[in-house]
Design a protein around this ligand. Sequence first.
Ligand code: SF4
Length: 358
Amino acid sequence: MEFPVPRRKTRSLFIGPVKIGGNAPISVQSMTTTDTRDVQATLKQIRALALAGCEIIRLTVNSREAAEALPQIKASSPVPLIADIHFDHTLAITSIEAGVDGLRLNPGNIGGQQKVREVVRAAKERKIPIRIGVNAGSLEKDLLEEYGRTPEAMVESALRHIHLLEKEGFDLIKVSLKASDVPRTVVAYRLLAEKVDYPFHIGVTEAGTLFSGTVRSAIGLGILLAEGIGDTLRVSLSADPVEEIRVAYTILRDLGLRKQGVEMIACPTCGRAEIDVIPLAERIERRLLSVKSYLKVAVMGCVVNGPGEAKEADVGVAGGKNVGLLFKKGEIVQRLKPDDLEEPLIEAIRTLTGEEIP
Ligand code: SF4
């Protein structure tokens, strides 16, 4: 059964070949943690992110040398790139000339309308969208005085940046409003959603370590996505960025917004369990990380709920009295030894997906 989430109506734009907004699938982004000047290290991370399913990658362009590394990085990148620029509009122009697919830049911070005009001219020529990224930690002084560090101040700041671009006749705009806590982030996006129809990049910034950041992002992004807000997203974690992609897809999959990769169903186990569910489910989940096709895999401890769940899944195992049952598309296809379930289950998934599984 499906319960589709209604999506906010937005304009659309393209980051390279990836459509954002206008009912396109919600895309998954991340950011490299390498020094952009180090072309090889940056490309290595880009490839790892792309392999994990990342669709758009942002890199910091914080110096002339970093901007000069972009053509080489862009030439070998399998996914579109966004240059993250602060303060220096010449870096934005060099990045556009280097072939990046998008900019993240706040036009109010680059030193006046003339500089905005120059960036907009270059961006228009190559149809490069600009993301305005408002962060609760770096709001304008007068807004802080008037509103405090509130969602209202964040929205007001975004509207100012938007206005600077619109004044130059530019509308390939995407907006993000990030705070490090969930309530402010959510309220800010809700408020801005009432005022503009530009697509939103959503995320909870500086969310934390793998564990706490995953929980915080799942709550923050989950609320927004369930309300139809969000066209592209990033899960920010103080961890290997590849983990961000895994978390992002899990959030999207759990809300039924992207159908990609393996949805694991595993029981929490209890005294009835006839098979060792926890290590088996963990091993299987890890082995299936690279699977691209969407499928549900169930690992259930006993016959109470086991066969029901395993039957709903595409493939599953359930423990029975001295036996392990393998299900495929709702049918018991094999009766196995309880300790001998992993390989037959993986083989069944290989056959179903046609994908290689380590
Ligand atoms: S499926 Fe069986 S083992 Fe797992 S939690 Fe339910 S009753 Fe316990």
